[in-house]
Ligand binder design. Sequence first.
Ligand code: MF3
Ligand code: CO
Length: 260
Amino acid sequence: MAAKSKSEEAIELMRINGELTSKALAEVGKAVAPGVTTKELNRVAETFIRDHGAIPNFLGYEGYPAAICASVNDVVVHGFPSDYVLKEGDIVSIDLGTSYKGYNGDSAYTFPVGEVSAETRKLLDVTKASLYKGIEKAVAGNRTGDIGHAVQSYAESFGFSVVRELEGHGIGRDMHEDPGVPNYGRQGHGAKLEEGMTICIEPMICAGGRGVYLARNGWAVHTSDHRNAAHFELTVVVRHGKAEQLSTFDYIEKDSTIKF
Ligand code: MF3
Ligand code: CO
């Protein structure tokens, strides 16, 4: 199915989902600390989402068993919340979304647990900055390859590598819609971006090589060299001139109690 622009009414509902998703991520961020299990983070997210009248859209998605993905260190994405106890120096990528009035939110943030190494700090900063480089290209008339190229060239300029097996996506009534939004690519290639399209951009960047493998549970994606990977995701509306963000990290980064 070809990607379609959304009506402003649909975008307004997407905006509500984006707000809820952003606030839920910040709630989880407040709970991230050494000694906390990733299951506990799942409980925080699910409670917050349901208390706000929304549904955690990951739960049950193609059989996914939780409200969030909690991907620690070498897990790139889709880590199951578990009894794993976070420890100082870990990083944990939290990916979550909401379903509200038939539309979806979807965003991710990689949190440091206590103090992390300088190299890990750099990985987090570069991955997040690469997402904003991508968002700058999410304007009407560009193509998905412009986004991918911007993410890739930025991340690789620091010696990091880009996971190719997974990509961003359109979003709306379904969490995953057309077009796919790869984090690598060639300028001027790929699907055309049109005003009103709602897409998720989500770079997954590795400290080492870009090779990954799927865990035996069929979900968790690990780096083959077991070095760290980071993942940041926002939902935006393609506009003429400048994309409009539907989700934001402001609730995380403006809260002085959250380490980011
Ligand atoms: N949020 C993921 C994405 O960005 C999707 C998670 S799939 C789920 O595309 F099954 F874990 F929900
Ligand atoms: Co996504």
